[in-house]
Design a protein around this ligand. Structure first.
Ligand code: 1HN
Length: 336
């Protein structure tokens, strides 16, 4: 009879080196942690996505041409997704999706609802509307309109010319939590009544936001104002938003944080330095800041005030205890 230590009863004893071990480990669906330790425990937050700018002048003609070639009925939503060069859709950053959506006159982007949350920044056009769970909201340039989870929503447009806006959704999360699904409404439109957009909890009119930015106290010419619900909470548990002003020639404070962001240039021109790389921008452009990339915006010295719209994943990271800014007292992050 073979002893306890023989290779017959203890096949591990027949393994002679690393390679043998790796191959044998895989036959029983295991892998050595020690080969991946550094990758799983990086010394700093480690985005896959890279900084990138999507220039409106490059994208707009293609999007508008899609208005001729792709019917709204076929598309359901006529969108060019802003895909990060380092990843495929739905990643604009590793946690945020952004896309530019077009609706042409007399079209209907049909009613549906889904788990994902959307916040939309209106870039251009007149006569566009979105109906969110029975409330029809006219779109005006600069407004931010929310589509909360599971609300029925459809979009449409009267008048002439294109309506274009920037969508922000929390889609990347659903790669981790495969709990996203959609329901289509039986009719193209969900019944809706017009609402006063100056007094709706899901609309943030630009004129109000601009007034706050213009009149508020600035730090070296820069100020940021959050989009918050009436009770002070962020617009969703996952995504938050803000708008920023930079007076001519001024700069924002340099920041390195775990939140990632998508920025859109509402007005003016300037540049952002992201981990030493300078990206020039102008009105209509959209760019992303991956996690832990140091960034600082500067308004051009000869083109008036700059206004930026930003959405980010700070609410989600804060709720999970993952939000962190370079320079803060990190002992305060020790959890009990
Ligand atoms: C969606 O429902 C809309 O309703 C926009 O406008 C973009 C991207 C992925 C999944 C659903 C919309 C979307 C989306």
């Amino acid at each position: 009879m073979a002893s306890q230590n023989s290779t017959a009863s203890n096949p591990g004893m027949s393994l002679n080196d690393d390679d043998d071990l790796r191959v044998a480990a895989e036959t029983v669906h295991t892998k050595p942690l020690w080969e991946q330790m550094a990758k799983l425990n990086p010394p700093f937050p480690n985005p896959t996505c890279i900084p990138h700018i999507w220039r409106y002048n490059d994208i707009r003609p293609i999007l508008v041409r899609a208005g001729d070639l792709i019917s709204e009925k076929k598309a359901e939503r006529r969108v060019l997704m802003l895909t990060n060069p380092a990843r495929d859709a739905p990643y604009t950053t590793d946690t945020i999706y952004a896309g530019l959506q077009l609706v042409m006159p007399n079209e209907t982007a049909p009613a549906h609802r889904h788990v994902a949350f959307a916040m939309r920044f209106i870039i251009e056009g007149q006569g566009g509307f979105t109906a969110v769970h029975g409330k029809r909201i006219n779109m005006q340039r600069g407004d931010v309109i929310l589509t909360p989870t599971w609300n029925w929503h459809d979009h449409g447009k009267d008048g002439s010319g294109p309506m274009i806006w920037l969508d922000g959704l929390d889609l990347p999360n659903f790669r981790h939590f495969p709990v996203h699904f959609v329901e289509h409404y039986a009719d193209p439109r969900y019944p809706a009544e017009n609402v006063d957009t100056s007094n709706s909890p899901i609309v943030f009119p630009w004129d109000k936001m601009q007034k706050k930015l213009d009149e508020g106290v600035k730090v070296n010419g820069w100020r940021s104002e959050d989009y918050l619900k009436a009770d002070g909470r962020p617009v969703s548990k996952i995504l938050g938003g803000c708008a920023e002003i930079l007076e001519e020639g001024s700069s924002s404070p340099g920041l390195r944080e775990t939140a990632s962001s998508v920025y859109h240039v509402v007005e003016g021109s300037g540049y952002t330095v992201i981990d030493g790389e300078r990206i020039e921008w102008q009105r209509g452009d959209t760019f992303c800041i991956p996690t832990w990339k140091k960034y600082q915006h500067t308004a051009a010295g000869d083109a008036g005030s700059v206004y930026l719209y930003r959405f980010h994943d700070k609410p989600m990271l804060s709720a999970l205890g993952f939000y962190r800014v370079e320079g803060q007292d990190i002992e305060g992050l020790v959890s009990d």
